[in-house]
Design a protein around this ligand. Structure first.
Ligand SMILES: [Zn+2]
Ligand SMILES: [Zn+2]
Length: 294
């Protein structure tokens, strides 16, 4: 015997499901049509003044897309937001997390990183909110050269886009007794964000010349967070510079790729003096202040 009331109920449920699915789809469509990504597709350093001052944007929204199990430590995210509050006038800073599946890659090129951002990023600049995207990856950089001990910890490649190679960060911190994952994450995020601030001469004009002639867009002052030494390591081979410059493909410009050993070096110097946080020097601070920073 067929129960007609049951069939009627099923049909009704089916109808409702189709209806809700349809309305969901049309909502999504109209939402994606509204998203204007153009403000987040500029070159590294282009949004320096917008990040530093409150003139156009009063809120900073930081979206952290991380591969499952590769979430950054809460300590480094708190260090990072403190860093932002120290050098910019932004006080309204929101961090939102988005867990992502692994792209299942052995390594990632800047182009692949950019494609992943296009797929996964949900926060874009609009109204009074300036959005930043940071991707914490489970794959190392395609430019790494393990034999020469040249590993990339992080890079910036547009006005509001950053990659942290979290797998590499953790492998590096496992090699040190005194330097933690949070220390390396903080130093990498802060240094790379320094380039989004427009340092050095990357969108924020210099007050006094302190750009390192041997390493464009890095500071020449000893002990500064934006010091060139951080990038390649002065004492190391020239090949490292060539490797890092190779990322200038298809219009995507990496402000810098931060090398692992130099970060360890700088952090070990710092922890000997009692603090693992690396500050900006006076010259870098003067530049930021002249471009709307605190
Ligand atoms: Zn750099
Ligand atoms: Zn400096």
């Amino acid at each position: 015997m067929i129960d007609m009331r049951k069939i009627g109920f099923y049909l009704l449920t089916l109808g409702l499901l189709i209806l809700t699915n349809c309305s969901k789809n049309s909502d999504n469509d109209s939402e994606s049509q509204k998203v204007d990504k153009s403000l987040n597709l500029k070159t590294t350093g282009d949004s320096a003044n917008d990040i530093l001052s409150n003139d156009t944007y009063t809120k900073l929204l930081i979206e952290i897309g991380y591969v499952t199990d590769f979430k950054p430590t809460t300590e480094s995210i708190s260090n990072f937001t403190e860093f932002l509050k120290e050098y910019t006038f932004k006080e309204n800073i929101e961090v939102k997390y988005k867990e992502l599946p692994s792209p299942e890659k052995d390594s990632l090129s800047l182009e692949e990183i950019s494609e992943l951002e296009m797929e996964n990023r949900t926060a874009y600049t609009s109204g009074e909110t300036l959005a930043i995207y940071i991707y914490f990856s489970d794959a190392p950089s395609a430019e790494d050269n393990e034999d020469e001990d040249l590993v990339t910890l992080g890079a910036v490649y547009r006005n509001t886009s950053m990659i942290i190679h979290e797998a590499t960060v953790r492998r590096l911190s496992a090699r040190s007794f005194s330097i933690t994952t949070a220390d390396i994450e903080s130093a990498t995020m802060n240094h790379e964000f320094g380039h989004l601030f427009g340092l050095v001469d990357l969108g924020t004009p210099q007050v006094n010349d302190h750009n390192d002639p041997e390493s464009e867009n890095h500071c020449i002052v000893e002990g500064c967070l934006m010091r060139a030494e951080l990038q390649f390591g002065r004492s190391s081979k020239k090949g490292q510079l060539a490797a890092s410059k190779a990322s200038n493909l298809s219009g995507l410009k990496s402000g810098c790729s931060l090398s692992g050993n130099s970060v360890l070096q700088l952090l070990s110097n710092k922890s000997a003096k009692g603090s693992a946080t690396v500050p900006l020097d006076t010259e870098c601070m003067l530049d930021l202040q002249a471009n709307g920073g605190r």
